[in-house]
Design a protein around this ligand. Structure first.
Ligand code: VGL
Ligand code: ZN
Length: 201
């Protein structure tokens, strides 16, 4: 059993990121049994949930003439335009039905502000608005985090980079993650995580 100071953070294992969902990650559902088993080894477990208003600015549908996966410019920088996904309260925003949620002490929702996306579990995409997770972990004495979930190259990657930047010791267990892998994003994410001192296990 890992000590309380080592948290398992399960990123966005939601229906919309699994096959059949609005922003399906290939084999996204394949991580569920392994993550469920992994939870037994951690006393501190946090889940994250992508949680967008129906008119979220990251949705291509809000940008006339634009298609999903195209880039746009937001006030805070470049932003991928996504299909509508993880709309607050919708079936697609629910956790995968087989994911264990009982072991988690905290479920953190992100991306709830209409005009700012949030890939990371720690900071929104403006890179400055905190989600509150850092404070939660620090006040619980967490020093080390293991990250798993969806998608390796977006929300797991951004969360890992922020966690490392905040001084946590970070491991990403890639066998419990799956990637979108759009235009080289997985290779870029791996390189960035390694450069930030994240252990890819
Ligand atoms: C994610 C794209 C948009 C993710 C969330 O969980 O990786 N990707 N929203
Ligand atoms: Zn999203």
């Amino acid at each position: 059993m890992q000590p309380d100071s080592h948290a398992l953070i399960v990123i966005d294992v939601q229906r919309d990121f699994c096959p059949g969902g609005a922003l399906a990650v290939p084999e996204g559902d394949a991580v569920v049994p392994g993550i469920n088993a992994l939870m037994d080894g951690f006393a501190t477990v946090v889940l994250t949930q992508d949680w967008h208003p129906a008119d979220h600015a990251s949705f291509a549908s809000r940008h006339p003439g634009r298609a999903p996966m195209e880039m746009t410019e937001m006030p805070y920088g470049p932003q991928v335009l996504w299909p509508d996904h993880c709309v607050q309260g919708s079936p697609g925003a629910a956790f995968h039905p087989e994911l264990r949620t009982d072991p988690a002490q905290l479920i953190i929702r992100k991306g709830f502000r209409r005009s700012v996306d949030s890939y990371s579990a720690f900071f929104e995409n403006d890179r400055s608005t905190p989600t509150g997770l850092e404070g939660y972990l620090r006040t619980r004495g967490v020093e080390r985090v293991t990250l798993v979930g969806l998608a390796t190259d977006f929300c797991v990657n951004y969360s890992a980079l922020d966690a490392a930047g905040l001084g946590f010791t970070v491991t990403v267990r890639e066998e419990f993650c799956r990637a979108i892998d759009h235009e080289g994003s997985l290779t870029a994410a791996r390189d960035a995580m390694r450069a930030a001192g994240v252990t890819l296990g």
